[in-house]
Design a protein around this ligand. Structure first.
Ligand SMILES: Cc1ncc(COP(=O)(O)O)c(C=O)c1O
Length: 374
């Protein structure tokens, strides 16, 4: 049983125009994806990210599925990508029969180690997928240079990076095609939801068709390709618009929370904390991750269990793609090892980091962690 004052790992903030805009959906009867908020959200969100087109979908995983498909990734193609990510990044690459070529992580930023990408490029490589992990963006300049040098497409999974910038330019503006998630733990939420953004009219149109069962404007029930129903509802877009109005405030709050946690926890020797900044970005602390240093007595499951007993919600870090049972059963990644990513997966977890977290709750989290590692 959870303690009475359990501090959940995430709680969104819904105290702006969320109620007003969603009530409007009910008043007007516009509750499906045909409602006017969907277009408005697509337009405002893509402007915010600095892209020409936005295609709203039902979640961030669907956004990646459509993006990868729209790029024409096919059997035999290779996509270079990090092993340390969520399964959403890789699933459609595998379903399409293409080969994900995995890369280890940078031990400090936890993102793909960009210095290892070039050695993974072959004549079959079609794209590089970057995934910005937990709060700091991937170092994009070397990735873009490689893409140019080898004529590769860039897919940017920016699910966790709404409102973050790399060298002052929005995350989500770097890929030929880029994707976002609006799950409630993201910086803005639509409950469930996602967005594909691009500057290519052709890719945007392809994603619109893929999102909507490949219905064609003139011959609706005649299908040239297989799509999905990935549509976002007017309700979701109403939430998204209300949230987007406060994105800057949310980011400010997240950064403040991250800096505060770092101040509170930096004297615990047993744990590695997130980098506050690099020379290209300031951490946005999508989640506040902690990695147990080598030699720490507790293993991660026990640590998380002890924290839960004292009312602190946590989640483990991602489990590497090359170690996923589903891919082992498919005969993929046999014998591959990525020591930095494996260490992160085995020793990393994150603590309550949601926008609704209070200073008092952060003090409690800090007190409990100090007690645990004393
Ligand atoms: C990097 C990354 N990509 C994709 C997703 C999937 O998004 P969704 O949960 O909206 O399907 C997530 C979700 O947390 C994520 O962190």
């Amino acid at each position: 049983m959870q303690p009475v004052h359990f501090i959940p790992v995430n709680q969104p903030l819904l105290n702006g125009n969320e109620k007003k805009y969603t009530s409007e959906c009910i008043k007007t009867g516009w509750i499906s994806s045909e409602g006017p908020f969907v277009k408005e959200f697509e337009e405002k969100f893509s402007v915010r990210v600095g892209r020409k087109y936005g295609v709203a979908v039902c979640n961030g995983t669907a956004a990646i599925d459509a993006a990868v498909t729209a790029l024409g990734i096919k059997k035999g193609d290779e996509v270079v990508m990090p092993t340390f990510t969520i399964i959403s990044s890789i699933a459609q690459i595998i379903r399409l029969g293409a080969k994900p070529v995995l890369v280890d992580s940078n031990p400090l930023t936890w993102n793909i180690d960009v210095s290892q990408i070039e050695s993974k490029i072959t004549s079959r490589t079609k794209a590089i997928m970057v995934v910005h992990i937990y709060g700091l963006p991937v170092e994009m300049e070397p990735v873009l240079e490689l893409a140019k040098k080898y004529n590769l497409r860039v897919i940017e999974d920016a699910a966790e990076m709404i409102g973050q910038t790399y060298k002052g330019k929005s995350c989500g503006s770097f890929g030929d095609i880029s994707t976002f998630s609006f799950y409630p733990n993201k910086h803005i939420t639509t409950g469930e939801g996602g967005m594909i953004v691009t500057d290519s009219e052709e890719l945007a149109e392809k994603c619109r068709l893929l999102r909507n069962l490949y219905f064609q404007p003139r011959k609706r029930f005649v299908h040239e390709e297989l799509g999905w129903n990935m549509r976002m509802t007017n309700f979701q877009a109403a939430l998204g618009l209300a949230q987007l109005e406060r994105l800057d405030k949310f980011i400010e709050k997240k950064r403040k929370m991250g800096r505060r946690y770092t101040k509170l926890l930096s004297n615990i020797d047993d744990i590695q904390l997130p980098l506050q900044k690099t020379d290209y970005a300031e951490n946005i602390y999508w989640v506040y991750g902690i990695v147990l240093k080598e030699g720490v007595f507790f293993e991660i499951g026990e640590t998380m269990r002890k924290l839960a007993e004292q009312g602190i919600g946590t989640r483990p870090f991602f489990w590497c793609m090359h170690e996923q049972p589903v891919f082992k059963k498919m005969g993929l990644f046999a014998g591959e090892r990525y020591p930095v990513a494996e260490n992160l997966a085995r020793r990393g977890f994150y603590i309550p980091s949601g926008l609704a977290l209070t200073d008092k709750q952060m003090n409690t989290v800090s007190r409990v962690l100090h007690g645990l590692f004393k």
